[in-house]
Design a protein around this ligand. Sequence first.
Ligand code: T1G
Length: 692
Amino acid sequence: MTAVNSVAELTREGDIAVLTIYSPPVNALSANVRQGIRDGVKQAEADPAVKAIVLICGGRTFIAGADISEFGKPFSGVSLPEAQDAIENCSKPVVAAIHGTALGGGFEVALVCHYRVAVPSAKLGLPEIKLGLIPGAGGTQRLPRLIGPQAAAEAILSGAPFAAAQAKTWGVVDEIVAEGHLREGALAFAQRVIDEKLPLVKLRDRDDKVAPFRGKPEIFEAIRKANARKFRGFEAWTKAIDAVRDAVELPFAEGAKRERAAFLELLGSMQSKAQRHVFFAERQVWKIADIADDTPTLPVKKVGVIGAGTMGGGISMNFLNAGIPVTIVETAQAALDRGLSVIRKNYENTAKKGRMTTADVETRMGLLSSALDLGALADCDLIIEAVFEDMAIKKDIFGKLDKIAKPGAILASNTSYLDVDAIAATTSRPGSVLGMHFFSPANVMRLLEVVRGEKTDKAVLATAMKTAKQIGKIGVVVGVCHGFVGNRMLAQRQREAQALILEGAMPWDVDRVLYDFGMPMGPFAMSDLAGLDIGWSKEKTSSSTIREILCEQDRRGQKTGAGFYDYDENRNAKPSALVEKIILDFAAAKGINRREISDQEILERCLYPMVNEGAKILEEGKAQRASDIDIVWINGYGWPVYTGGPMFWADGLGLDKVLAAMQRFEATMGAAFKPSALLEKLVAEGKGFKDL
Ligand code: T1G
């Protein structure tokens, strides 16, 4: 065995050299790995006894891509293209042996090898688009030459990994070898290459898969059209399509040069910095400052859900999808039946779309039992209350659960706002109580705010976070305060949105500005979708707000065909002259002199107070880190990932700009805009939230 460097070693099996890369956790293409590949291949090539080379990785996976943590830092050492050239121009065949996830630059290294073998469980892919990038080491030029431009564009735009079997079908992988026997399989394949004198295949020389599409720009127009909506606001995707087109229209060298230039431009872009920030932020959320990663957790084999409404049903589906049995409890049979039929219908709709089989539907429904009595939850490990947002009701339920639930059971409330400590105090086991705040629709939205009570045991919190991961959620630990993190910040935006339409804007102006910023929809369209009458009371209503007036006129949102907007039969929204009149009359009655309000003012008044509230949340310790707040907003409300989330976005703007605006607004509109002490401190120190 020869050590090539600290992460690469060469061993010999007969006349085959095995170059093993071992750089945990994922063999990312750090400077050492790039150098180890180049030098290892050159050393093996120079050895006359060597007839072929196998490139394999130790640990959990083949190379999983460029080392994202190196991005943005000064480049050093051997470049990736240099390492790739050593392989592609090697005078001896190089066989990539793939397990785990060959992603991004890792896949691009495999593509310059002359052959590729993989175990069945291996996955391959080009996820660069998720980092605001395009493949930057030949992926956009070699993959189309292997599988054609449409399949390659789909793989690059989706960023989704594909299985070894698909890779074999495409010819991306030449052979699937036995699971757990990758090394032997790769050596046997390499021996065959030697014995049968198979050629040194260079994908860059292939033309048969791209030639038929030359001179047909309409193909790329179609791909652009098909993806425009999904990628609204993003930058990298059109460059990815251009690069694939170049693979069809240009010689390899020219196409590769243009790909590299586009990649480097995106690497320096704000969008890519934002999405790389989110990549690491999504991995930070699981780390809890005072709880060790290996804290023992409690078993969650059986879950109880109280309430079969929209939330209770959606919450139940998460566990059923993960194969965990659920008992759902309601107070009345009709409500229970309705809840169960909604769950079944959701699954059947998914099956109709081909995303699951009818057998899956029955398997999931088979895990679901129901009852009208809380006693049915006595043997549950985790019980999630998802009833009406009323503290008295929740206290009553937790008081009863305390007597019913088995010792050690975790009692969670799905409350969106309320004081989890007060709920816990109604039990004799506050250590077992916390909040698990799902976001509607609960079976779709990834975010789960895990509300840590004053007395929540560490093992209970760790179990809730582990459960979040198990059901495919991204869990964020938040502290007890009104609205926790997401809704507490949302309240700031809602207040300003309502004020703005009295002062001079119209709902469609506010919605347009926030939609153009990148939100999935604006606050008024969102209210219409959710229903304006949530929490509205026919008996108590007194035309005291625009919303009350709309509800009084039966304009309760999309479900009544009218709310802030008028809706046609296809639920397409359009501004309403009637609502405009209601707003003008209401403002006049209040003596408000309306004025022209700029888009910039709308944006600043809706978003800066949210950032300021986020700063207060950090000051109060209700979130562990600013990037957790970014994760909450991206995954709970659709904040555009290409801005990195509210706190990263504010850092990018410059907190001094946010502070100055808040001070301006405070001077004219009062205390709601009072800057937080943390915001003032950071600006005074010339720092950002990232420096916390
Ligand atoms: N660079 C640096 N660190 C990485 C990394 C990477 N590419 N991938 C993972 N890590 C770290 C991660 O931060 C975590 O660290 C640990 O590894 C385990 O990751 C030229 C330019 C491979 C599917 O986008 O998709 O190549 O928190 O918790 O759930 O064209 O990691 O433990 O300290 O996610 O088992 C393209 C990104 C880069 C792949 C494993 N490649 N990684 O998932 O573990 S751009 C990617 C993943 C590129 C080329 C371009 C996943 C995974 P820590 P993990 P996992």
